[in-house]
Write a protein that binds this ligand. Structure first.
Ligand SMILES: Nc1nc2c(ncn2[C@@H]2O[C@H](COP(=O)(O)OP(=O)(O)OP(=O)(O)O)[C@@H](O)[C@H]2O)c(=O)[nH]1
Ligand SMILES: [Mg+2]
Length: 369
């Protein structure tokens, strides 16, 4: 998103109890904007039961237009996924301001962080799937030239050509991803044949998943205070002082987030299958985050949507080094009879307990087999 410099954030406050509180969600959007190196110059919110045909109400849009004079923003980012028509309507009202939604921003961040060929293919697929129904909006400037003879024809033809190009590209990417999937599947099959159990570390973005993998497997994966620093799964064997007399492989995975775009979930199937094949799930939670219980619920909801919620799970509350007293946090986590432990991945505190509980789950699986 290199062209974006000054961003105005717009969000809706609703009382949907199943969702993260709107204010927190907007703060998170701000973090996402920072992660693509753009600057938030203002925030605007409106209490609405449902978004309007322009996402926000008329009065709010007037307010936004007026804010242009004081903040000089050049991009509006809405905190929900906009329908193609909402986006078009807003763009028409705010011309020449660029209008983007939360999904497009997340896609952009993924594009920025994709390192491997597989990751890049998956991001590209998600971007194209997102773009396809919105392509007409890209050409709306032609219609606004005044309509009439000569403007509509070429615009429509161009849209059709663009759509066809995108569909063709989607086909090519899908077949390339399919090859990667098959390759991964074979690799996992061999792994299982040689008696390895796998545990996937999952959790909300920035929970510390990569940090945990690093200490348990003596690795050096990028672990930073940024959203979505990991996109590609890495699988390693428990090693060093934490090696146990069991063949356990650990894999790090892409983080979860509230309002995770469905295009992303679909495009990242090859990557997410790493979780589907795992024997054990390690659900990592950053308990120093004041929204940790909402984030835990969001991650549980995503796991359930993906159909991975019935797997043997170890719940791990991370970053205890940030507290003197962290015992009271347990009450807020409904662990659903799953094993639970507290650690600091950064300071390597209480890792022995994590290993003990992991071994216990692994033994149980071995006995069933
Ligand atoms: N204080 C403290 N910080 C931690 C701990 N574990 C991880 N961190 C920090 O939290 C930040 C995020 O860690 P990551 O390992 O990148 O988190 P992640 O879950 O892999 O994040 P994504 O890949 O972006 O989804 C980094 O700045 C880590 O240094 C911990 O136990 N205590
Ligand atoms: Mg990571």
């Amino acid at each position: 998103m290199s062209s974006i410099e000054k961003v105005l954030i717009a969000g809706i406050k609703s009382n949907n109890k199943n969702r993260m509180n709107s204010q927190t969600s907007i703060q998170e959007l701000e973090e996402l904007v920072k992660s693509v190196d753009a600057k938030v110059v203002g925030k605007i919110t409106q209490s609405l039961k449902n978004p309007t045909t322009h996402y926000l109400g008329k009065g709010k849009i007037e307010e936004i237009i007026n804010l242009k004079k004081t903040t000089n923003f050049n991009t509006l980012i809405c905190n929900d996924e906009l329908s193609p028509s909402q986006q078009k309507n807003l763009e028409q009202k705010l011309d020449p301001i660029k209008v983007i939604d939360r999904t497009a921003l997340i896609l952009d961040l993924f594009a920025k962080n994709a390192r491997t060929k597989e990751g890049r293919l998956q991001v590209e697929l998600a971007q194209h799937e997102y773009l396809l129904p919105r392509i007409a909006g890209q050409w709306s400037h032609l219609e606004r030239l005044g309509g009439g003879i000569g403007t509509r024809g070429p615009g429509e033809t161009q849209i059709e050509t663009d759509r066809r190009l995108i569909r063709n590209r989607i086909k090519v990417i899908k077949s390339q991803i399919e090859k990667v999937r098959k390759h991964r599947k074979n690799y996992r099959k061999n792994r299982n044949r040689s008696g390895f159990l796998t545990a996937s570390i999952i959790g909300y973005t920035n929970a510390g998943k990569s940090q945990l993998l690093n200490i348990l497997t003596n690795s050096n994966i990028d672990s930073q205070n940024k959203l979505f620093s990991t996109l590609d799964p890495t699988t390693r064997k428990l090693s060093g002082k934490y090696n146990i007399n069991k063949n356990i492989l650990l894999s790090d995975t892409v983080g979860f987030i509230d309002k995770l775009p469905t295009t992303l979930v679909a495009a990242f199937r090859a990557t997410l299958e790493e979780i589907s094949d795992a024997n054990i799930i390690i659900h990592l939670i950053d308990i120093s985050d004041k929204e940790f219980s909402n984030k835990f619920e969001t991650s549980n909801r995503i796991l359930a949507d993906l159909g991975y919620d019935k797997k043997p799970t170890l719940i791990v509350l991370n970053k205890i080094d940030k507290f003197e007293n962290w015992d009271d946090k347990t009450a807020k986590i409904d662990s659903n009879t799953n094993e639970t432990t507290f650690i600091s991945a950064l300071k390597e505190t209480n890792i022995e307990d994590l290993i003990l509980k992991l071994t216990y789950l692994a033994d149980k699986i071995d006995r069933v087999d």
